[in-house]
Design a protein around this ligand. Structure first.
Ligand code: SF4
Length: 364
């Protein structure tokens, strides 16, 4: 079976941000080297089951830009590049050097996603980030110098203390750097994080109304600057939509490689063990490090397709909806929250703001 989309999970970071809910740990040099070897080994094991012919590769984390560029080069050297269209690496500001950027480019990286989060110093302090806004600008310049033009900036809104004005200023500073793509996520309070504890203790407060206003204004600003709002949290200039993320949203098969990475192939979904030592040990012994596996029936795959599709500007083919659901569609169209485009149902910009609530109508 041919697999066209690969995700690598690199679970190491320089420090752990107080809001982070991912499987990440502080990375020591030795662990990074062992992990790189293990990722390569897992690819070799997977090649025994699947034909890997990647169109998109995404190296995420964590902070994969902490790895030496020769480690990234070594990892990428074992993949076929024949049909490769998009090769993204996530990077944190302050972890990119001129040499690293040039070597990534040489290894085939053509897209970098920078964890900017904000261009406001106070926001970055609250988020526990070590970088300053200037580091984001420096990273963008280094990547451009190396010839990497496709640059995403990740942003967070709803940060404690952030107001609408500071979000807009932050985004304007980002726009001045001319990225090709922007991801804008609402801060979530993940269980077992210091931020979650602060929320429980009443030190932080969620203000849903303010968050809706923020995403509304941010969308307005970005679309006025030529960005297409193509997924609830993602904005791209024409020609720069993320191919890798679109593959997820369209329900394509993908393999996740590395500790805690998820894979979905056909009706099977599995997750690797969320422990880098156990992961390294398993693949060293020639085994896949699968911790959980589930079978997806047609109904749950269809529901997932609807849930993910509604969050995008491509919407969902009307053939995916049953009679009862088509009545809901009619009501959403009447309310101005959705519209039909050819044979697809797509949410309007107003509907997109409440996409997750709308999706619930179709999940039950
Ligand atoms: S840099 Fe990203 S992945 Fe690492 S701890 Fe912070 S939020 Fe989590």
């Amino acid at each position: 079976m041919r697999i066209e989309h690969l995700y690598f999970h690199f679970p190491f970071c320089a420090t752990i941000c107080p809001y982070c809910g991912f499987y990440v740990t502080i990375g020591k040099r030795k662990d990074i080297a062992l992990l790189t070897e293990a990722l390569i080994r897992e690819v070799e094991i997977l090649k025994g089951y699947y034909s890997l012919d990647p169109k998109t590769v995404y190296i995420g984390g964590g902070t994969p830009s902490l790895a030496k560029s020769e480690e990234i080069t070594q990892l990428l050297s074992i993949l076929s590049k024949e049909n490769l269209q998009e090769l993204t690496i996530e990077a944190n500001p302050r972890t990119i050097s001129e040499q690293k950027a040039a070597e990534w480019k040489e290894a085939g990286v053509n897209r970098v996603s920078i964890g900017a989060q904000s261009m406001n110093e106070q926001d970055l302090l609250i988020l526990g980030r070590r970088h300053k806004p200037k580091d984001v600008a420096d990273s963008v310049h280094l990547l451009r110098k190396a010839g990497i033009e496709n640059i995403n900036l990740d942003f967070i809104f709803g940060i404690p203390g952030q107001d609408l004005q500071s979000l807009k200023q932050s985004l304007q500073m980002a726009l001045d750097l001319a990225p090709s793509h922007l991801s804008l996520y609402c801060l979530t309070y993940e269980e077992n994080t210091p931020f979650f504890k602060a929320l429980q203790e009443g030190k932080f407060r969620c203000d849903e109304q303010k968050e809706i206003e923020m995403i509304y204004e941010a969308t307005d600003l970005l679309t006025k600057h030529g960005f297409i709002h193509y997924e609830i949290s993602n904005f791209a200039l024409p020609g720069y939509k993320s191919l890798h993320n679109q593959a997820y949203w369209q329900g394509k098969d993908y393999l996740g490689i590395g500790p805690s990475a998820c894979s979905t192939v056909g009706t099977k979904r599995w997750k690797n063990v969320a422990d880098h030592s156990l992961y390294v040990q398993a693949v060293k012994e020639g085994r896949l490090a699968i911790a959980e596996m589930e079978s997806l029936d047609e109904e749950s795959k269809n529901k997932e397709k609807i849930f993910l599709g509604l969050r995008t500007d491509q919407g969902v083919a009307i053939s995916h909806f049953d009679q009862k659901e088509r009545e809901i569609i009619q009501w959403l169209v009447f309310e101005g929250l959705g519209r039909t485009v050819g044979d697809r149902f797509v949410l309007t910009p107003r509907g997109l703001l409440v996409a997750d609530s709308i999706a619930l109508y179709f999940m039950n």
